[in-house]
Design a protein around this ligand. Structure first.
Ligand code: NAP
Length: 298
């Protein structure tokens, strides 16, 4: 199977590349690199790439992910998070090609009293969430054979995510103040990549229409609980030398431009039913990430 991966230099893109199954011929596209460099806001360039490569499947790991900046740069966020998935879905629909693209827990607001399921009502509280929801709606109405994978709180050893940021500060001996009134499903990019390949390989043949699927770390935690666990496990794994203090704070004590949902826990039962496979829990995947830390940061 020939698979085109867009966003191949991003956090998830790099983990998808690392875990590519042997049976897949992977063609990587990044803004300035990979096998096929492409600026994904250039519609003609995207269509030329697809026409030239004629992939059997497209995995779109590219996105506008700067949640706070999206409040001021909504137009760019919508181009990446809505127009691009729409374009890919239309091309895939016309060419009977499978699409796997990603969305977010930030499409939700409120507290359903349980983990969010795929068809719960959406109501994003941020411009980023709105742009991702618009992308979902475009893919769902395209009729393409598409997996719309919602994930949450993605972390890795790479720079630019919550875990690597707090451990960098802890390594310098800085104590941490971390929000305790937002609860979600921290997801290791390595596990998300593994589970994405399983979904594509086991379930693409039966896919007839767009399907929403949640893939996230199993369980739930606040950012504060996750930071506390991460610091103690990072000491045990030798990633940092000494523990630092982690103090819980309210979201109102950590002002950010974009609002975040207070409850972001994703129910992943549908993924497990579809693939017949499981997902790692939050603790196990955190330990797995920390055990490979140096391979990703050296
Ligand atoms: N990170 C999270 O916590 C989280 C949570 C929920 C859902 N998600 C979703 O998961 C997916 C993967 O996220 P991630 O964490 O891997 O994000 P990421 O590290 O920010 O990767 C996004 C990639 O998209 C690329 N990109 C952006 N604009 C582009 C353009 N015009 N042309 C070509 N490439 C462009 C970026 O390249 P440049 O670096 O060159 O800009 C980057 O490599 C996204 O759909 C995201 O919305 C992420």
């Amino acid at each position: 199977m020939k698979v085109l991966l867009t966003g191949s230099a991003g956090q998830l893109g790099r983990h998808l590349r690392e875990r590519v199954p042997g049976s897949i011929e992977l063609i990587c596209s990044a803004r300035n690199g990979g096998d096929y460099p492409c600026d994904l806001v250039d519609e003609n360039a995207v269509l030329n790439m697809l026409d030239q490569l004629q992939p059997d499947a497209v995995i779109n790991a590219a996105a506008w992910t700067a949640v706070d900046d999206a409040e001021d740069e909504g137009e760019l966020a919508f181009r990446l998070n809505s127009d691009l998935p729409a374009l890919l879905a239309d091309w895939c629909s016309e060419h009977d090609t499978v699409l796997l693209t990603y969305s977010t827990d930030y499409v939700f607001r409120g507290q359903p009293g349980r983990a969010w399921r795929e068809h719960d009502a959406t109501a994003p509280v941020s411009a980023y969430g709105q742009s991702k929801l618009a992308g979902e709606q475009a893919v769902l109405s395209s009729g393409a054979r598409a997996f719309l994978v919602r994930t949450a709180w993605v972390y890795s050893a790479l720079a630019g995510n919550f875990l690597s940021a707090i451990l960098a500060r802890a390594a310098r001996g800085e104590n941490l103040r971390v929000v305790s009134d937002q609860v979600g499903s921290p997801t290791w990019a390595g596990e998300l990549a593994r589970a994405s390949w399983v979904l594509l390989q086991r379930c693409a043949d039966e896919l007839k229409q767009p399907e929403l699927v949640h893939i996230a770390g199993r369980g739930s935690m606040s950012w504060y609980q996750f930071a506390t666990l991460a610091v103690s496990r990072a000491v045990a794994a030798g990633v940092i030398e000494q523990a630092v203090e982690v103090t819980p704070i309210a979201s109102s004590d950590w002002p950010q431009k974009a609002q975040r949902p207070a409850w972001s826990v994703l129910d992943c039962e549908r993924y497990e039913q579809c693939t017949g496979g499981g997902l790692m829990d939050i603790e196990t995947s955190l330990s797995a990430c920390l055990s490979q830390w140096d391979n990703w940061t050296c």
